[in-house]
Write a protein that binds this ligand. Structure first.
Ligand code: NAP
Ligand code: G4F
Length: 365
C-alpha cells in the first residue's frame, strides 16, 4: 500500500485529492493547522476515528512555517508521495500579508524539500509542488505553456515563483522526483467563498432565494481559464506516476471574462441579466426571469462594482495551453465551464435553501 502525505488537506484540492487517493488504495496522511473552531468540513466524509481498525486516512497537526514538525511527520510516515498543496492561496490577501504569504508558500516549500533531503528520502519520496498560472502574471505570450516566461504580479505569485524554482533546483541538484503542476484556476462547489467564482455562485443562489440583495465585484473584465478541481486532482496524481519528473501546465485552453461567468451563473437558474454603466459605476440588472421558483422582478439590480476589490496589480488574462499533458499523459478536462457552473450554482442553491429554512424556523419562534 502506497503512503501519501498531503499538506493543505483541509483545502479545496487537498480534500478532493485525499478522497481520490483513498479510492486508489493509498494510506493517506494530511497535515492540518490547529484552529479554534473545527474547519474540516471538506474532509469530514472521509475522516476515521483513531479507534477504528485499518485506518486509511489520518490527520496530523502541523504548519508549513514549523520545520521541526514537518521533519517529524515525514520521518514518522516515510511517504512515497508528498503533495505540497498547503498555501496562503488568496492573491488579494497576499497584498495585505506579504511576509506571511512568503513564509508559508516559498519557505514552506523549501522546508518540505529539505525535510525529505535531510531524512535521506530523496530516492523514495516523490514531491508534487502546487504551482500556479499566477506565475505568468503579466502574460508574455498567449496561450501560456511550460516554456512561457514568468512575470508574477502579486506577493502570492512571487512566493510561488520561489517555490517553483526551488522545486526545479532540488530535482536537478539531488536527483529527486520533484515536480511542478502549473495549474490554471480550478473551482468546485467547495471552492473558498472569497474566490470570485464561488462568490458569484453563492451570491446568485442567495439572491434567488431572497437572502441577499446584490453581488459586489471588482474587475469584471479579467479573464480566467477555469476548470473543475476534480479533473485537476487527477492530473496531479498522473504527473506523479510518470517515469521521469517533469513540470506540466494543466488548463482547459478556454478563457472567460468574470462578467460572462456572472451571466452564465444567473442563466443557469433561468434569470437573464444585462450589464450597464461604465467603470466603477457599472452594474447588472435582471431583464427576464424564466423560472417561477426563483422569481426576480425585471429591472432589479443584482451586481455592482466595488473598487475595494480591485487589485494593486492585476492579472488581466490567463489562458493555458495543455498540449504537453494531453500528448504525454493523455489527460484532458472532462468538465466544460458550463458543467462547472451548473455544479456550483445548484450546490449553492441547496445550501441557500437550507439557510432559508433555518431562518424561517428561527422566525417561527
Ligand atoms: P485552499 O482551498 O486555499 O487550501 C489551502 C490549504 O492550505 C488549506 O488546507 C489551508 O489550511 C492550508 N494552509 C494554509 N496555510 C498553511 C500553513 N501555514 N501550514 C499548513 N497548511 C496551510 O487552496 P486550493 O484551491 O485547494 O489550492 C491548493 C494549492 O494549489 C495551493 O497551494 C494553491 O496556491 C495552489 N493553486 C490553486 C489553484 C486553484 O485555482 N485552486 C491554481 C493553482 C495553484 P486551512 O484550511 O487551515 O486554511
Ligand atoms: O477568484 P480569484 O480570487 O482567483 P485568482 O486571483 O485568479 O487566484 C486563484 O487562481 C490562481 C491560479 O491562477 C491560484 F494560484 C490562486 O491560489 C487562486 O486560487 O480572482 C480571479 C479574478 C481576478 O482577476 C480578480 O481581480 O477575478 C477578479 N475579481 C473580480 N471581482 C475578483 C472579484 N476576485 C475576487 N476574489 N473577488 C471579487 O470580488
Amino acid at each position: 500500500m502506497k503512503k501519501a502525505l498531503i499538506t493543505g488537506v483541509t483545502g479545496q484540492d487537498g480534500a478532493y485529492l485525499a478522497e481520490f487517493l483513498i479510492k486508489r488504495d493509498y494510506e493517506v496522511h494530511g497535515i492540518k493547522r490547529r484552529s479554534s473552531l473545527i474547519n474540516t468540513s471538506r474532509i469530514d466524509h472521509i475522516y476515521q476515528d483513531l479507534q477504528e481498525e485499518n485506518i486509511r486516512f489520518k490527520l496530523h497537526y502541523g504548519d508549513l512555517t514549523d520545520s521541526s514538525t514537518i521533519i517529524r511527520i515525514i520521518q514518522e510516515i516515510q511517504p512515497d508521495e508528498i503533495y505540497n498543496l498547503g498555501a496562503m492561496s488568496h492573491v488579494q490577501v497576499s497584498f495585505d500579508n506579504p511576509e506571511y504569504t512568503t513564509d508559508v508558500n516559498a519557505m514552506g516549500t523549501l522546508r518540505v524539500l529539505e525535510a525529505v533531503r535531510i531524512l535521506g528520502l530523496t530516492k523514495k519520496t516523490k514531491i508534487y509542488q502546487a504551482s500556479t498560472s499566477e506565475l505568468y502574471g503579466w502574460v508574455q505570450e498567449v496561450p501560456q505553456n511550460e516554456r512561457t516566461p514568468f512575470y508574477p504580479r502579486s506577493p502570492y505569485a512571487v512566493s510561488k515563483l520561489y517555490a517553483y524554482w526551488i522545486t526545479v533546483n532540488y530535482r536537478e541538484a539531488y536527483k529527486m522526483f520533484a515536480v511542478n503542476g502549473i495549474l490554471f484556476n480550478h473551482e468546485s462547489p467547495t471552492r473558498g467563498e472569497t474566490f470570485v467564482t464561488r462568490k458569484i455562485t453563492m451570491g446568485v443562489a442567495r439572491i434567488a432565494l431572497g437572502l441577499q440583495e446584490k453581488i459586489y465585484l471588482g474587475n469584471l473584465d479579467a479573464q480566467r481559464d477555469w476548470g473543475h478541481a476534480k479533473d485537476y486532482i487527477e492530473a496531479m496524481w498522473l504527473i506523479m506516476q510518470q517515469k521521469r519528473p517533469e513540470d506540466f501546465v494543466i488548463a482547459t485552453g478556454v478563457t472567460t471574462k468574470i462578467r460572462d461567468f456572472v451571466e452564465m451563473s444567473f442563466s443557469e437558474i433561468g434569470i437573464e441579466i444585462e450589464f450597464f454603466g461604465m467603470g466603477v459605476d457599472e452594474k447588472a440588472r435582471v431583464t427576464n426571469c424564466n423560472n417561477p421558483d426563483f422569481y426576480i422582478e425585471p429591472g432589479k439590480e443584482v451586481v455592482a462594482v466595488d473598487a475595494r476589490y480591485f487589485r494593486p496589480t492585476e492579472v488581466d488574462l490567463l489562458l493555458g495551453n495543455p498540449e504537453k499533458v494531453k500528448s504525454k499523459i493523455g489527460w484532458y478536462p472532462k468538465n466544460r465551464l458550463q458543467d462547472l457552473v451548473k455544479d456550483m450554482v445548484w450546490s449553492d442553491i441547496k445550501a441557500a435553501t437550507k439557510e432559508q429554512h433555518i431562518r424561517g424556523n428561527i422566525a417561527g419562534y
